[in-house]
Ligand binder design. Structure first.
Ligand code: ZN
Length: 390
């Protein structure tokens, strides 16, 4: 897969900042050993400043990267430090409130985190534990399910079809992923409104501070180099809401930790859709106001444009009134032109008769305010001017 676009903002404007390289045994099963170079370009997005590796990540390249140093095509399994797993559990424990929970570790490695969760939480709660990884763990544990899956192809895997998890873990996996946005979208689809996801990646924003204690953080296995800003941007633009964020150096690795949940649509969409409905209603009622007033008075509409056009579309009687020249059209810019066969007039040159009622049609409040001011300067009376939106 050729990676040429930014994992955060999807643009393809990069500045190449270096080369990240390693070497692998070319044919480790042969007696005479030979190492082969594997290198990728480290680049910085010129739009959002995210740093990542770009280039052609072929299957062979990826296999090489995850090959163990002694065997052919056996990916490495990282055994995490037990203290790190205890830290992870501590940071999410206060959120674990349910008696019954499905817990998934995406990129479970040797199942050590799930084993700890089983021992700690499994004693007091009914937990279903699932580990997901493309590499089989060295041993299967009783009471822990294992789904073999490529994290980037979970949507194609039937085992995830009806799965919803309560607590999910994505620990030191996202930085290995070619398309982190896709992985997060797939994980999000396995969450309900109350599900929580714990994410941890190396914090590259702290590399200068720690003076790069752990030099192996810059490796071709790490494709994405997140910092607090870039990960937050990826998370929030992917339909997640940030509940907690922390950055900490443990075991000589700067760790960026986040706890996220699905962004709730209720708060963001309801008021907006209500406002759209309200505008439609107010335009319709303004059209009715014009028609009602015109039964008893001579009526001019001031402001010939989109808002009056919407009124006409919602109430065809207005169009007939304009065509029959029963409505006077006022516009300070369009005067002299015709609309529906009716001449648009310059309000400044119109005879100031008391019986004339003038309806201000623009939806924009500041435009109505300007018309009101100009109309009174031109000699119209305040009582003649009607704001149909109030
Ligand atoms: Zn970018």
């Amino acid at each position: 897969m050729n990676i040429s676009k930014c994992a955060i903002c999807n643009q393809n404007k990069f500045k190449k900042t270096g080369v990240v390289q390693t070497s692998v045994w070319e044919r480790p099963n042969l007696k005479s050993l030979k190492r082969k170079n594997v290198s990728f370009v480290l680049a910085k997005c010129l739009v959002c400043e995210h740093q990542m590796l770009i280039g052609d990540f072929t299957k062979t390249n990826l296999n090489n990267l995850y090959k163990s140093s002694s065997q052919d095509f056996t990916p490495q399994v990282v055994t995490e430090n037990p203290q790190i797993n205890i830290d992870i559990l501590k940071s999410i424990e206060k959120y674990v409130t349910r008696k019954k929970a499905t817990i998934v570790d995406f990129g479970c490695g040797d199942l050590s985190l799930l084993k700890l969760i089983k021992n700690k939480l499994g004693r007091v709660r009914k937990v279903r534990l699932i580990g997901v990884d493309f590499v089989k763990p060295p041993y299967i544990l009783d009471g822990i399910d294992y789904f073999q899956a490529n994290l980037l192809e979970m949507d194609k895997n039937n085992r995830f079809k009806n799965l919803k998890f309560d607590y999910g873990f994505l620990v030191h996996s996202l930085e290995h992923i070619l398309q982190p946005r896709k992985l997060l979208t797939d994980i999000r689809s396995l969450m309900n409104e109350k599900s929580l996801l714990y994410i941890e990646v190396p914090d590259n924003g702290l590399l200068d501070v720690v003076n790069l204690l752990s030099l192996d953080l810059i490796t071709p296995q790490h494709i994405q180099y997140f910092d607090s800003d870039s990960l937050t941007s990826l998370i929030t633009s992917n339909g997640f809401q940030l509940l907690a964020r922390d950055s900490k150096i443990t075991n000589q690795i700067p760790r960026l930790k986040m706890i996220v949940k699905k962004k709730s649509n209720i708060y963001h969409q309801t008021p907006l859709s209500k406002a759209v409905d309200r505008i439609e209603k107010i335009i319709e009622s303004s059209a009715n106001i014009i028609l009602t007033i015109s039964h008893h008075h001579q009526v001019a509409v001031w402001g010939i444009g989109a808002d009056l056009d919407r009124m006409i579309k919602l109430n065809k009687k207005l169009k007939t009134k304009i065509e029959r020249k029963e409505l006077i059209l006022f516009d300070s810019y369009l005067w002299g032109k015709k609309w529906f066969g009716n001449q648009i007039l310059n309000p400044g040159q119109f005879k100031k008769t008391r019986n004339l009622k003038i309806i201000l049609t623009p939806l924009a409040a500041h435009v109505r305010k300007d018309i009101f001011k100009n109309a009174t300067l031109m000699g119209f009376n305040k009582d003649q001017l009607i704001d149909p939106y109030q």
